[in-house]
Design a binder for this molecule. Structure first.
Ligand SMILES: [Zn+2]
Length: 164
């Protein structure tokens, strides 16, 4: 069975709740776990939070998944928010075959460069605004390297299919 990918599911992170939690010190002292209700476009969800003291004072909040794990992000699948492991989610890159990874890297670099995803297109003078020239040059160099890898992988693949 193929696992779903994280990128395609709605998630909620503990950061999003920051500032929205109004809990007194007493509340925190008395309750190790706190139940909250989160309402969003997908409905209302009862979630559990846990907390631990911060090194520099204050507290740090965690989601408490139904599996007992503390996590900073929960994913929505089939109407339930749960941790990545419970939802059996993977990052797209982990699902890809090894031979697809160079292509994925090329696509990511082109995204950062704000270049089109047409791989034949090399708008070498098109530096994104606000990007330092040094960064731009490094990214282009990296892209050249990754593009080489991608082509090599493609050649290996074609040879494997008997095409030379
Ligand atoms: Zn879980």
């Amino acid at each position: 069975m193929s696992k779903g990918s994280i990128e395609s599911y709605s998630s909620i992170s503990i950061k999003q709740l920051k500032g929205k939690l109004s809990l007194s010190d007493d509340d925190l002292k008395q309750h190790r776990n706190i139940s909250i209700t989160v309402s969003n476009d997908y409905g209302s969800f009862a979630l559990k939070l846990s907390h631990s003291p911060c090194n520099y004072g204050g507290v740090r909040f965690w989601f408490l998944c139904s599996c007992g794990k503390r996590c900073t992000k929960l994913y929505l699948k089939c109407g339930v928010y749960a941790c990545r492991q419970c939802q059996q989610l993977n990052y797209i890159s982990q699902q890809w075959n090894k031979s697809d990874i160079p292509l994925l890297r090329v696509r990511r670099l082109r995204n950062r460069l704000q270049w089109s995803q047409d791989l034949r297109d090399w708008p070498i003078h098109q530096k994104p605004k606000n990007m330092h020239y040094k960064t731009f040059a490094a990214l282009v160099r990296e892209l050249e390297k990754r593009e080489q890898e991608r082509l090599q992988m493609l050649i290996v693949y074609l040879h494997g299919m008997g095409i030379r």
